[in-house]
Each structure stands twice: as structure tokens, then as C-alpha cells.
Design a protein around this ligand. Structure first.
Ligand code: PMP
Length: 423
């Protein structure tokens, strides 16, 4: 069955499934033909509390009868304070001042603008394989795949790309050696291309998302922090995909014992409604001159109602812990397939941010294999996405409400899909 958008809709959106969506409930999606799917995409890591969690739906319903849009600079809305205080409870005390917007890219733009404004320095260093969004500023920092950048050059100037330990790691290269190499190259970049006096910030996803679901070593992230400290450069963590329990902690930075100067959030914050933001220390945030940044919409009252309730649900339903537990359960299930199929070269993850990387017989990226396996899963009712520079990784991002029985079902389907695709 083919489902596709009409000619009225731009083809710039590829459609990865044949699911003509009707509704979603927790980890399941139902199409208009009445078919039921297990959703291990969470709408690209957004619906962390499951589809249409009743408490969140209720919070949105109640808010929808009170106010849909007020505009943050025209009216004081106590919800903005309430949301900030709710977030403060799950963040370190030094990250204590908030700015909100709508999409992830918009929040990354805010971070770029804040660091330039606050430091008076022009340059930003990003890391190979990172994904930070589609607007020109955020895209300039994005090197996950060239399809995102092709045809849009020249992008924002003042961006320098430093190597990430990803490639080679799974090919058996010593992690410690690779970490040191990448940190050395980063320091060399500061010495050869973008001097500390011109570098406002470094931006990194603590765990690579679109770039392949890869976690660098703790030493790498710590090393980046140390270089920033040494050279008086701000450190931005893009936790748009890793935030709100995805990696088994509220934020991935916890895994590395490193606190950034600016934290960028979106996706999981509001369970599906558009909301994003940046968090920094008040001293840094206060360098922004009033009126020098903003927008019509952010933050929308419905999104704020959803976010305030999302944080309560994550806490009260112990979903961060569930992410950790179910993540290791899923990983051990996938490990078995890795032992069975030589095409699966790596299975990795933190919490419920899990990647399974494929290679061809000759060791090259298994793009076609991953795509075939993904499609085979879809035909059997399991929705998965790929990622990685060659789309050679299948990623597993279920809602954090996922149960053992859902994972068992998903793994059974995956096993059968592997058998059908790889024999
Ligand atoms: N940063 C990261 C790490 C992301 O995963 C994404 C979205 N996939 C973005 C930024 C951009 O967010 P948005 O699509 O909401 O603009």
C-alpha cells in the first residue's frame, strides 16, 4: 500500500513510512486502516511520555480554554516563571536562567546569538557528525550528512569543525588513543585556525544523535570542557535529542560529570508540543541587552502547560529510571543479534537512545542493509528510523514509558526482519 502526499505538498519532505496516521496511544500508533504499530521513533525523540499521555492531554485541554497566545513581551505570564522553576528542579544550580522558543533550531540560533553577544567574539567550533538544525546558523554547525548542507552554501562564516572520536572507535581503534588524537586536533585548531581570542564557544551533542547515536568517552567530553576553561571559551551542549530522560538521566551531561555553560533543550520538553529553550547562568544571560533577541511565539501557553506537566509525569512515573532499565534490557536483546549476524558491527546506547550499526561484507557502511531491515520491520508493525552519516545505523528511541513486553515484541519483530533481510 502506497501512502504519499499530494502534489500540493512540497517534496522536500521525504516520507519514510506508509502509515496514514489516525491516532497514537502510549507506545503505539494506529493508522486509518486500523493497523497497529509499535513506535520506536517517538516522532524523532519527542514523545518521551508516550503518545497522548492523559495527564498531558488534560493540561493542554484546560489551558486551551484559557489562553492560546499572549506574547511574552506584551503580557506577564506566570507560566513562564512556573516552567523555569520546574526546570530548575532538574538542573544544576548554576544553570539558572532560561530563554524559551519553539523549535530546536531556533534555540540553537539563540545560543549562537547569546555567545556572540556576550563575548564579542565571532567564531564557534563544532564537531564532526553533529546535528544542530536546519536554519542557516544552526545548519552551519551541522555536519552529520552532506544532504543537509548541499545547495545552501555559503553558510554562516566563523564556524570551524573539529574531529569527533566516532569513526574508528567501533573499528577497533583504541578509545583512549582516539580521544587524545581528537583533543590534540581541537587544541591545534585553536592554535592554527580559530584563536581563543576569536572563539566565542564550542558546541557539541554529548551523545551524537542524527550523526549515528554515538557516545564519545567521558575523557573526551571532559577534555573539551577543560580546553574551554583553559582558553575562556563558552561550552554549549545541544541536548535537544538527549534531554528529558532519553539517555537514562534527565540530561546526558550527567554521564560525563561535566556541566556546560549553555544547555539547549527542545523535543522531549513538552511531549509533542513545540517548545525549546536555552539555559545558562544568570550572569551570562544578563549580557543580553533587553530587546536584542526574541520572537512572536515562544513560549506558547499550550506548550508550557504540556511541559510543566511533562516534568511532573517524568518524575512521578519514574520514567528516567525506566529509561535506564529498559535501555539495558533492549541493549542486551540487541547484543544477541550482533553475535548472530556479522552485518551488525556495533550495538550501543545510553538509556533509550540505542543504535545498531550495519556494515557490508567488505566493512563499508551498511546503508542498504539498514534500509532494508528498517522497511522489513515496518511491514511487520515496528517503526524504526535510521541515522548516521551513511544512514547505516538503526536507532531505537521508544517513549520512556516502554515496557519489557513492548521491547520483547519489538525484538521478536526485529529478529524476524533480520532473518528475512539477511537470511
Ligand atoms: N539539535 C539536535 C541534537 C537535534 O536532534 C535536532 C532535531 N533532530 C535539532 C537540533 C533541531 O531541532 P528542530 O528540528 O526542532 O529544529
Amino acid at each position: 500500500m502506497k501512502v504519499q502526499y499530494s502534489d500540493k505538498v512540497s517534496q522536500v519532505w521525504p516520507l519514510f513510512t506508509n502509515v496514514d496516521i489516525d491516532y497514537g496511544k502510549d507506545v503505539h500508533l494506529y493508522d486509518r486502516l486500523g493497523r497497529k504499530f509499535i513506535d520506536f521513533t517517538s516522532g524523532i525523540g519527542v514523545t518521551n511520555t508516550g503518545h497522548c499521555h492523559p495527564r498531558i492531554v488534560n493540561a493542554i485541554k484546560e489551558q486551551s480554554e484559557k489562553l492560546l497566545h499572549g506574547q511574552t513581551t506584551i503580557l506577564y505570564n506566570s507560566m513562564v516563571d512556573q516552567l523555569s522553576y520546574s526546570l530548575q528542579k532538574i538542573l544544576p544550580e548554576e544553570l539558572n536562567c532560561f530563554f524559551f522558543s519553539n523549535s530546536g533550531s531556533e534555540a540553537v540560533e539563540s545560543a549562537i546569538k547569546l555567545v556572540r553577544h556576550a563575548t564579542g567574539k565571532p567564531n564557534i567550533i563544532c564537531f564532526q557528525g553533529g546535528y544542530h538544525g536546519r536554519s542557516i546558523g544552526a545548519l552551519s554547525l551541522t555536519t552529520a550528512k552532506s544532504v543537509y548542507r548541499s545547495g545552501y552554501q555559503p553558510l554562516m562564516p566563523g564556524v570551524f569543525v573539529s574531529p569527533h572520536p566516532y569513526f574508528k572507535q567501533y573499528q577497533g581503534e583504541d578509545t583512549e588513543k582516539r580521544t587524545k588524537q581528537c583533543l590534540d586536533e581541537l587544541e591545534h585548531l585553536l592554535n592554527s585556525q580559530s584563536s581563543p581570542s576569536e572563539t566565542a564557544a564550542m558546541i557539541i551533542e554529548p551523545v551524537l544523535g542524527e550523526g549515528g547515536y554515538v557516545s564519545p568517552s567521558k575523557e573526551f567530553i571532559k577534555g573539551v570542557r577543560e580546553l574551554c576553561n583553559k582558553h575562556d571559551i563558552l561550552l554549549i551542549f545541544d541536548e535537544i535529542q538527549t534531554g528529558f530522560g532519553r539517555t537514562g538521566e534527565y540530561f546526558a551531561f550527567k554521564h560525563f560529570d561535566v556541566v556546560p555553560d549553555i544547555l539547549v533543550v527542545a523535543k522531549g520538553i513538552a511531549s509533542g508540543l513545540p517548545l525549546s529553550g536555552i539555559v545558562a547562568n544568570k550572569k551570562l544571560m544578563d549580557k543580553w541587552i533587553p530587546g536584542s533577541h526574541g520572537g512572536t511565539y515562544g513560549p506558547n501557553p499550550l506548550s508550557m502547560a504540556a511541559a510543566i506537566e511533562t516534568i511532573k509525569v517524568l518524575e512521578e512515573e519514574d520514567l528516567i529510571n525506566n529509561s535506564k532499565q529498559m535501555g539495558s534490557y533492549l541493549l542486551s536483546g540487541l547484543e544477541k543479534f550482533k553475535n548472530e549476524y556479522t552485518e551488525i558491527v556495533d550495538v550501543r546506547g545510553k538509556g533509550l537512545m540505542v543504535g545498531c550499526e550495519f556494515v557490508n561484507e567488505n566493512g563499508s557502511p551498511g546503508t542498504l542493509i539498514a534500509e532494508e531491515v528498517r522497511k522489513e520491520n515496518l511491514s511487520q508493525g515496528l517503526i524504526l528510523l535510521t541515522c548516521g552519516p551513511y544512514n547505516q545505523v538503526i536507532r531505537w528511541i521508544p517513549p520512556l514509558t516502554v515496557k519489557k513486553s513492548d521491547i520483547d515484541r519489538a525484538l521478536t519483530i526485529f529478529g524476524s526482519a533480520l532473518k528475512n533481510s539477511l537470511g
